[in-house]
Design a protein around this ligand. Structure first.
Ligand SMILES: Cc1cc2nc3c(=O)[nH]c(=O)nc-3n(C[C@H](O)[C@H](O)[C@H](O)COP(=O)(O)OP(=O)(O)OC[C@H]3O[C@@H](n4cnc5c(N)ncnc54)[C@H](O)[C@@H]3O)c2cc1C
Length: 414
């Protein structure tokens, strides 16, 4: 071997050299990973995934439950923005957080895992509405040892989880079992009880949490002559769920481009009807998730993009072709077409019904009726906080964790 074949050893007497020398000391920061940051329920995903990889399933489930009482539901219907923001996606593929959450949620139901609430504090809280928001709030309060009563207008708890999300996406036994676990913690749910005068009903309670959702379907004026049925999408889904599905003609038009429109169309399809969606913008600008539109189309739903309904005469829908301006807003082109449908389902979004809160001193309202809250979700009335109804379109996930929102200081309304 010649001496030139050997790597020259580093000259340790000089500063500039290669070799086993450290001139900078790494400084490690533990930052919030993108998945945790994106989770609308505020889950510590990083932590519970680590526990899963160590085979500690029960601890992983308990970690989820610090923020979210319904992982089996979430593991099915959450739009999992955690995975969309996972930086592993840039490398090969994002971690399957959603599927692992479902696995843990289902395992907990199978094993009958439960949590023990803290000793009773003697405080009594009234929760109005048994949707995911009200149930989640009740769960967190019960865990702290408070006594909680939920008053719910509907015949079943669950809110839109029961009467909006179709059962083919969220099996009802899973939903019921997760709600039962909350009831088993001592939460009392009074059904068929619409709160109409909160000033009276809050007597005897130390605080009130209002979680009434958004159930008033938005309407639009369409000149119609001898037209078929004109239904609201949320009411339609609710009627189907209650076994009171309306009788529809052979073809039904659904007006709107959000997830509710996709669900209404897919439910109609399952009733043997031919659904067609009419939406004023294009696919890139629809509020529905890509996969919801893909699944709807795969099931045979026709989507007519860039169209608005101008008038209806019997089964003939006159629609105007739209185009998008540079900001993605639809504008009319003056060109018209005719589409054929027997009935119409409006899926134009929902408003919240806060009329029953108008007499409460200190509450302030937005123009659309939603209650104004501060960064701690508190209204202007001492002792009442408000989960103002509806998951923000940007978050697009069940508003399961009231505490998570409080932590971030965001309000929810759509
Ligand atoms: C068709 C449809 C599909 C959806 N799909 C998904 C999905 O796949 N994934 C997802 O993450 N999100 C989905 N969402 C959104 C999700 O359902 C909502 O974000 C969520 O249910 C809102 O929770 P909430 O508790 O604020 O309100 P809600 O779920 O609306 O619950 C409010 C409850 O309050 C009750 N109430 C109202 N007024 C009163 C009163 N005065 N007194 C007593 N009780 C009252 C109502 O009866 C209701 O039970 C969907 C929504 C719809 C409409």
């Amino acid at each position: 071997m010649r001496p030139t074949d050997l790597t020259t050893p580093p000259d340790l007497t000089h500063e500039r050299h290669t070799g086993p020398f450290r001139t900078q000391r790494p400084n490690y920061h533990d930052l919030l990973p993108p998945c945790n940051h994106a989770c609308p329920a505020g889950e510590n995903i990083q932590k519970w995934l680590t526990l899963v990889t160590e085979g500690k399933y029960r601890e992983a489930w308990e970690t989820i439950l610090r923020d979210n009482p319904m992982p089996a539901v979430h593991g099915r219907v959450c739009y999992h923005p955690c995975e969309a923001s996972c930086n592993r996606d840039k490398l090969d593929g994002s971690v399957s957080i959603h599927a692992v959450e479902r696995f843990l949620g289902d395992l907990a139901l199978k094993e009958g895992w439960k949590l023990t609430p803290a000793p009773a504090t003697g405080k009594k809280i009234l929760v109005v509405g048994a949707g995911p928001s009200g149930l989640s709030c009740a769960y967190h309060l019960a865990l702290m040892g408070h006594s909680v009563e939920i008053r719910e207008a509907g015949p079943l708890p669950g809110g839109m989880m029961h009467f909006g999300i179709p059962s083919y996406r969220l099996p009802r036994n899973v939903l019921e079992e997760e709600i039962k676990r909350i009831e088993d913690m001592g939460v009392k749910i009074v059904l068929n009880h619409k709160v109409e005068d909160l000033a009276v009903e809050k007597e005897g309670f130390d605080a009130v949490f209002i979680a009434v959702g958004a159930h008033l379907g938005k309407r639009t004026d369409i000149p119609a002559r001898d037209a078929g049925k004109m239904l609201d999408a949320v009411q339609f889904l609710k009627d189907v769920e209650l076994g009171q599905a309306p009788k529809l003609g052979r073809r039904v038009a659904i007006y709107g481009g959000g997830n509710t429109a996709m669900d209404a169309a897919r439910v109609a399809r399952r009733m043997g009807v031919e659904p067609l969606i009419i939406y004023r913008r294009d696919r890139d600008h629809m509020p529905a998730h890509e996969f919801e539109a893909d699944e709807a189309m795969a099931e045979g739903v026709n989507i007519h993009w860039l169209r608005t309904i101008k008038s209806i005469e019997e089964t003939s829908f006159t629609v105007e072709v739209m185009e998008l301006d540079e900001k993605g807003r639809p504008r009319p082109t003056g060109q018209f077409e005719t589409l054929e449908a027997d009935d119409l389902i409006l899926a134009l979004g929902q408003d919240t019904d806060t009329g029953f809160l108008r007499e409460i001193p200190g509450l302030k309202f937005q123009v659309d009726g939603t209650v104004i809250v501060n960064k701690h979700m508190m209204t202007g009335c001492p002792g009442s906080s408000l989960e103002a109804t509806w998951c923000q379109p940007s978050a697009r996930s069940l508003s399961l964790s009231a505490t998570a929102r409080r932590r971030r200081g965001t309000s929810t309304h759509g």
